[in-house]
Design a protein around this ligand. Sequence first.
Ligand code: SF4
Length: 232
Amino acid sequence: MVQGAIIFTARKFNKWGKESVVSMKVTRRQFLKVTGATAASFALVDLGFDLQATASAAKELRIKNVTPTPTVCPYCASGCGLVIYAERDANGNFVKLLSVHGDPDNPINQGGACSKGAAMFNLREIYDERTGEQMINPKRVQKPLYRAPGSDKWEEKDWDWMLDRIAEKIKETRDSNFIHKEKLEDGSEIIVNRTERIASIGGSGLDNEECYILSKMMRALGVVYLETQARI
Ligand code: SF4
């Protein structure tokens, strides 16, 4: 303690779990003014309790083995940044999802998240209605589903099958409906190289770079009906 002043120190954790020590110097007068409003805490300190150490230990336990992962909300074009907190074992293997919060460092949402974004937790895990136990969301689709033309049933397929099927259908549709040239009013022809039987609708999960690549690919195929939910 410095003469005439009291130094407070506390351990602080940022959102990535990194610890730092902060200290604050207060005069005896400031100290008495503040503690006058917190007589109960003062009494506990008088009795020998180290409240600072207790608070720090509790904080440490809550973030033990927790890893934060920054991501982007998939739900709308705002593109809010979120941080996913997950518990991991000593080997770094995923144990369970703990929470999803708005990322305070993201310039778009600055820590906020609408109710839909905040509910991203439930994409993967939910709480059992009867027991309250945390469990994997049974409705979560984890494999591609395919419904054949005219069928009312969905079939699970692997990604290779699905991507081959999509490529086949794109090629078949494009080849059978490709417009190479178009006639103008004066009877002359111009090359247009387009297909009007394929449309592309981008999802809100696409960022600027992905939209750029997608639009390049669609233009190369001759797709003219091209839309996306514009992103950040
Ligand atoms: S948190 Fe809400 S506003 Fe932000 S991207 Fe997600 S859905 Fe959109």
